[in-house]
Ligand binder design. Structure first.
Ligand SMILES: [Zn+2]
Length: 435
């Protein structure tokens, strides 16, 4: 049995135990107050959500990311938080992060994680905001401005009833979650620093359901990174292709990605081949995420570049798959030569017993509020997130954000009612963790 299966079996047992203890209890009078305050402030929170979504904050639009950060910073200031903007070095071409803190001596120290950026850049044709009163479609509505607003709504209710007095709550909203700045040690220093001063981390990426339709939160996430395939080939008249002049860069690039698809697919592993530029000349600009190619149909192409991602559940799986990809790359077609480079952006978040305990507390808070229990989401099904940088340091739980779907696609949507629901659950959980 590989180590992950052992962890899974352990988890299954723990979850059965936890499920038995999840019977709902009545809220205390103060907790009932808290829920009432969340409901009272929900309309204002929805307005804040719309304002934030109407500001384009694609990761590569630092001015927009900063503007969303400033909008949220004013809200934190009004709740008695100290806010600051963490700048990134200019050459990283990232906006930086919003940090908000309240400190005290009592209860567990809680870290709340969100992000300000979205995958929708300024030239995105996706309409920023379309609401039918029940659902909103738009740029980053559920990934994750909805989650950010849930954080603010929960804290507002907590502040209303005086529950933040003497407590330590740190909030980090990063500005480059969708494309982490490089070097990553600099890009995530503020987040990791906040984690070192915290006991529990709660991340507000989109809420999910498991395959049985139960509300679920995330106790583990796959590592993620990227690969970049560069092909150079002999060029010449197209009449000579397959012969003396070799196969050209396009056939070689196609061979490699097709071999990945045919030979490497296994559970908990994905590798999306995302962009391909090829021709007599082909250039890729990472900063702009754009490529350019020149070529003619009667010329054997000299250059090809393919970029993709790589997601895996354990360090062992990552190392093994990278080795196999390397071996495939080295079997180049005649007249061509391929090279592949790898980059790891997110370490894996292991589904630890500590994370399960946070899930249990979250599930109880939800059940006690009449919103039903929350189960663990299968780690292999979730993309990467900022929580992975803090998970090695503190007990962590993700997926406390808004419910919706279609993240990163033109159809991204948010269930409006999930803002209030998420904020009630989060407010109760933070309340209990900080008592
Ligand atoms: Zn996100």
């Amino acid at each position: 049995m590989n180590p992950f299966h052992a962890i899974r079996r352990g988890l299954a047992l723990l979850l059965v135990t936890l499920a038995g203890s999840a019977a709902a209890q009545a809220l205390s009078p103060e907790e009932a107050q808290l829920v009432a305050r969340v409901r009272q402030h929900t309309p204002a929170a929805l307005q804040l959500l719309e304002r934030s979504v109407l500001i384009n904050s694609g990761t590569l639009n630092p001015a927009g990311v900063r503007e969303v950060g400033d909008l949220f910073a004013r809200e934190f200031d009004a709740l008695g938080f100290k806010t600051r903007w963490v700048e990134m070095p200019v050459e990283m071409r990232r906006a930086g992060h919003l940090v908000a803190e309240r400190t005290g001596e009592r209860g567990q120290r809680v870290l709340l994680i969100g992000h300000l950026d979205t995958v929708f850049e300024k030239d995105s044709p996706v309409p920023p905001w379309q609401s039918d009163g029940r659902r909103v479609r738009g740029q980053g509505v559920s990934d994750m401005k909805g989650g950010d607003v849930i954080v603010l709504l929960a804290l507002r209710a907590l502040n209303d009833i005086g529950a933040l007095q003497g407590r330590t709550v740190r909030v980090v909203f990063t500005g480059d979650e969708e494309r982490v700045g490089s070097p990553v040690e600099v890009a995530r220093a503020a987040l990791i620093d906040a984690a070192r001063q915290s006991d529990v981390a709660l991340a507000f990426e989109g809420a999910t359901k498991d395959d049985e339709g139960r509300d679920a939160a995330t106790i583990g996430r796959r590592a993620s990174g990227g690969w970049h395939l560069t092909v150079t080939a002999r060029t010449g008249h197209s009449a000579g292709v397959f012969g003396r002049d070799g196969f050209g860069a396009v056939y070689e690039a196609a061979r490699v990605v097709n071999a990945f698809r045919e030979q490497l697919i296994e559970p908990d592993l994905t590798f999306n081949a995302a962009t391909l530029v090829a021709g007599t000349s082909a250039a890729w600009d990472d900063a702009e995420s754009k490529g350019q190619a020149f070529g003619k149909t009667n010329v054997i192409p000299r250059d090809a570049q393919v970029r993709g991602d790589l997601r895996y559940l354990t360090a062992e799986q990552g190392a093994r798959v990278r080795e196999r990809m390397q071996a495939i790359v080295e079997q180049s077609l005649p007249g061509t030569r391929s090279r592949i480079t790898f980059r790891e952006s997110y370490p894996p978040m292991a589904p630890t017993p500590g994370n399960l305990r946070v899930l249990d507390a979250y599930s109880r808070a939800s059940a006690d509020a009449g919103l039903g229990p929350i189960v663990a989401f299968p780690p292999g099904l979730r993309g990467a997130g900022d929580v992975q940088f803090v998970a090695p340091i503190v007990d962590s739980l993700d997926g406390l954000g808004a419910a919706g779907g279609g993240a990163h696609s033109p159809d991204e949507w948010l269930e409006i009612a999930s803002i209030e629901r998420g904020a009630i659950r989060a407010a109760l959980l933070i309340y209990r963790l900080t008592r």
